[in-house]
Design a protein around this ligand. Structure first.
Ligand code: ASP
Length: 302
């Protein structure tokens, strides 16, 4: 059963932004679904879906990402194939318009997994990924947010998830294709006002992203420091492995562990190897959408 699930972040999404999140999730789902339906691979679908969200300024990924402490956008992304367990990831890149596509190139064409800094850009140039000027990733909305925050000396990353109305629109997708291959990916501008060079869970395999054809796939969003401590994505995969493949149960247990052990906040999307999906979050809202071959209409909820 081909299947696709996407998310666009977990936080206290304000009423005024619900429509943009709903439209963004649905548009993304359609893009990835067209790929899957026309026989494309799970990797193609995940890359296409996440590219769409990176190009949509609604979300904290690619264009429109949050600015760090010194007013720059630094992007993180990862992608993993459940068939081969190959993966690719980039962190803190400043001139890559679509980090998920660079991550995919790394998955496909490099013996390495995670690139940062000059080396990431060098690899991008060598492999035909589009580079941009750092300022081309900045929107007025994010610049204004940063202006209002940078004067606040005591801003803590955790507040982005535990306090109301602090945005965190990381994006992610998990897909199952007609050959039974799973892929998961995640892309983010990270947390607002983060320290330069700070890297969250999203580009870390096992924390923000995991896929294994024997079990399924996971993408996470939320307070990255907490997600890393509990190795969130792989934890949820392991839970699904021992619970007989129930994605919803694994998602809920994963969020319970996140909260109980490290006082963490966030959300997860999960798919099992048969294309069945689960979602759990302990933030006020989470943007997500999914569809599979048995559904006449996509499901979308914020
Ligand atoms: N997990 C991301 C990070 O900590 C942020 C998010 O999901 O909104 O970088």
């Amino acid at each position: 059963m081909i299947s696709l699930i996407v998310h666009g972040g977990a936080w206290d999404i304000p009423d005024a932004e619900i429509d943009a999140h709903r439209k963004g999730c649905l548009h993304t789902l359609k893009t990835g679904w067209n790929t899957l339906r026309s026989g494309g691979t799970a990797i193609d679908a995940v890359e296409q879906a996440i590219r769409t969200m990176e190009n949509d300024p609604t979300f904290d990924a690619g264009y429109g990402s949050h600015l760090n402490l010194i007013g720059r956008v630094e992007l993180d992304a990862s992608i993993m194939s459940g068939k081969t367990l190959r993966c690719g990831a980039v962190a803190a890149v400043q001139r890559i318009r679509n980090p998920i596509s660079l991550a995919r190139k790394i998955l496909a064409e490099s013996e390495h997994i995670l690139f940062v800094g000059d080396g990431a850009e060098r690899f991008a140039k060598e492999h035909g990924c589009e580079l941009c000027k750092p300022e081309e990733l900045i929107t007025k909305r994010e610049f204004d947010r940063w202006e209002s925050l940078k004067l606040r000396k005591n801003f803590k990353t955790k507040e982005a998830f535990s306090k109301p109305k602090r945005p965190s629109d990381t994006v992610g997708a998990v897909a199952l294709d007609k050959d039974g291959n799973v892929c998961a990916g995640t892309s983010t501008g990270g947390t607002m006002n983060k320290y330069p060079g700070r890297i969250g869970d999203s580009p870390l395999i096992g924390c923000g992203t995991y896929a294994d054809n024997e079990t399924g796939g996971v993408s996470t969003t939320g307070w990255g420091e907490a997600m890393i401590k509990v190795v969130m994505a792989k934890t949820v995969i392991d839970l699904m492995e021992i619970n007989g493949g129930h994605p919803q149960e694994a998602a809920m247990k994963g969020i319970e562990i996140l909260h109980r052990k490290v006082d963490g906040f966030g959300g997860v999307i999960v798919m099992n190897k048969h294309g069945k999906c689960g979602v759990s979050y302990n933030t006020p809202r989470m943007a997500r959408a999914y569809i599979n071959a048995k559904m006449a209409e996509p499901f979308v909820a914020i």
